[in-house]
Ligand binder design. Structure first.
Ligand code: PLP
Length: 397
């Protein structure tokens, strides 16, 4: 039987990147002593009032179809959060509720691009980006970040990657896997290019609540006609499994997105939306809790990574991930990650899942219980020591 071209575009390396993670989940289910550092899903519970609101709404029978765009009260709360973060005032009609930031990313791309268009993004990028950005048939153009400068924007590279086919520049800030936040001056330069070349900007701010003060520099207020902002409750509220996200932007785009959602998603469950309203009403507290959670665990991981021979930690500005550069171990990121899981039962993601610039890196999540961070670092130290001994041993060939 034949399948569409789309299945190839969504089934590439990004999908393979999760293999170790799925192997680790299966091993955990079998009762094996594995530590899963391959995903950014905090081990803390969703705030109790959010859960209680969902249960109440369920018991009250909030189980019917809902407004496709999302309930007005929820869209109004999202608009309020957005304004508090970046200053842009939005009408509720400029907001659509979607099934996580991931869904918002795909919806935005399907509404903005098609075959023949080019979508620019930075390398490294989040592992679902290639599939999400090319699902429409558009071509992904990777603009390498400056690896030796902490993965910062290389403006000249971005400028020279723009062609008459360029239609969208999409990025995450804070980024995943780097945890880098685009600065106001980097964004100003991006904004100038976007204006000059008539580009849409799709800013994935799923980690914004974890950035200092819960904010990242944004172009939404300056360029409201071309900036699409994506957010969600997954990371800021420990609500990954609730699948609540959103997209904001010009009203016409949101109208198109609503038509797409009508044939794709048909709205989010009412009891989930009610819980999301409660979550947004307590956003300041919830975000503060998650920021201190991340700060504590990043510091703990960094402390226990110090001095391990063969690796170099690259601490993030924000988020839930620590990249380590493994070049000095003699392995690339993929071999390192595979060996670490096979020999020590710790699942991580090889940097190659995020692009070429992180081929010699491995991404560790620190969104796990503190003793597991310490234990994973102990196993990492043993693994690196063994690699050293093996590198020195005479070849058995
Ligand atoms: C950069 C980035 N964008 C989007 C997502 C998806 O988030 P959500 O759970 O809101 O779909 C993730 C998840 O890890 C991410 O890291």
């Amino acid at each position: 039987m034949k399948f569409s071209q789309l299945v190839k575009r969504v089934g590439g390396d990004g999908a393979d990147a999760w293999d170790t993670h799925y192997r680790a989940l299966a091993a955990k289910e079998r009762g094996e002593n594995v530590i899963i550092l391959s995903v950014g899903d905090p081990d803390v519970a969703t705030p109790a009032p959010v859960v209680e609101r969902a249960v109440d709404a369920l018991q009250a029978g909030d189980t019917h179809y809902t407004a496709i765009r999302g309930r007005g009260t929820l869209r109004e709360r999202i608009a309020r959060l957005h304004e508090s973060r970046c200053g842009q005032r939005l009408a509720p009609e400029q907001v659509i509720v979607l099934c996580g930031a991931q869904n918002a990313l795909l919806v935005s791309m399907l509404c903005l691009t098609q075959a023949g268009d080019e979508v620019l993004t930075f390398d490294p990028m989040y592992s679902t980006y290639p599939a999400s950005l090319e699902a429409s048939g558009a071509t992904l153009v990777r603009v390498p970040l400056n690896r030796d400068d902490g993965f910062r924007l290389d403006l000249e590279r971005l400028r020279s990657a723009i062609t008459p086919r360029s239609r969208v520049l999409s990025f995450a800030t804070p980024g995943n896997p780097t945890g880098s936040i685009l600065s106001a001056s980097e964004l100003a330069a991006i904004g100038e290019l976007a204006r000059a070349h008539d580009l849409w900007i799709v800013a994935d701010e799923v980690y914004a609540g974890l950035a200092p003060e819960g904010r990242v520099p944004s172009l939404a207020q300056q360029l409201p006609e071309r900036v699409v902002t994506i957010g969600s409750l997954s990371k800021s509220h420990a609500m990954c499994g609730w699948r609540v996200g959103w997209m904001t932007g010009p009203r016409e785009l949101i109208d198109h997105a609503e038509n797409l959602v009508l044939c794709m998603l048909y709205g989010l469950p009412g009891f989930i939306q009610e819980a999301a309203i409660t979550a947004l009403d307590m956003a300041d507290d919830a975000e503060r809790r998650m920021r201190s959670y991340c700060e504590r665990r990043a510091a703990l991981m960094l402390e226990h990574l110090q001095g391990i021979p063969g690796i170099r930690p690259l601490p993030p500005q924000a988020g839930m991930f620590m990249l380590i550069d493994v070049r000095d171990s003699g392995l690339d990121g993929a071999a390192f990650a595979q060996g670490f899981f096979d020999r020590h039962g710790v699942s991580t993601i090889a940097g190659s899942a995020f692009g070429t610039q992180t081929r010699d890196c491995v991404r560790l999540s620190f969104a796990v219980e503190e003793p597991l961070i310490v234990e994973a670092c102990t196993r990492l130290r043993r693994y690196c020591a063994d690699l050293r001994v093996e590198a020195r041993a005479p070849s058995r060939r």
